[in-house]
Design a protein around this ligand. Structure first.
Ligand SMILES: [Fe+2]
Length: 175
């Protein structure tokens, strides 16, 4: 078993081609996009910025941005979510903890929650990895709607077409 330090060629790059079936990497220098057109509006105060829309494994990575005292409607996650708060602060109506700037959260399968940004936070941005589906529900769990990687892709296409980037702009984020 090789151990760190026993490599005779520590600075020699890997010499073989990558698997021919491997997908292309995604590199986004301005992940927290300055160009407002890149942010896809969901509601008046909520928008998202796609990073990786993974249709082959059914998940999406995005930056969620909520301005003013916006709310992300109550929804259920049958699969896990990972989040890292880049800016601002938020909490769920269903939990007593607060997600703070620099903080990480793991949300296990079975979560149903409502994301709220407090009045004193102008803007929050959180990097979320969402798996499978988000089921929008009423307070008693009745399904009202859903989002998955395919509805996300559709929203991006429609928005990018409308703002002049072109529907194809979303293709760079799809894997
Ligand atoms: Fe959620």
């Amino acid at each position: 078993m090789p151990v760190q330090g026993q490599d005779d060629y520590p600075r020699m790059p890997y010499q073989l081609p990558f698997p021919k079936d491997a997908q292309e990497e995604i590199v986004i220098p301005d992940a927290v996009a300055v160009d407002e057109r890149v942010w896809v509006p969901q509601t008046e105060n909520v928008s998202f910025r796609p990073l990786c829309l993974n249709r082959s494994q059914g998940y999406w990575m995005n930056l969620l941005r909520v301005r003013k005292s916006g709310v992300l409607s109550r929804h259920r996650h049958p699969q896990p979510v990972h989040g890292f708060v880049l800016k601002g602060r938020w909490h769920y109506l269903e939990h007593d903890w607060v997600a703070q700037e620099g903080g990480y959260v793991f949300e296990p399968p079975g979560e149903t929650h409502t994301l709220v940004v407090p009045d004193d936070v102008d803007e929050m941005i959180t990097y979320f990895q969402v798996n499978g589906v988000m089921l929008y529900v009423d307070p008693w769990g009745k399904t009202m709607g859903y989002e998955d990687v395919f509805t996300k892709i559709d929203m991006c296409r429609k928005h990018y077409e409308e703002v002049g980037l072109g529907a194809d702009y979303v293709e760079q984020f799809i894997r």
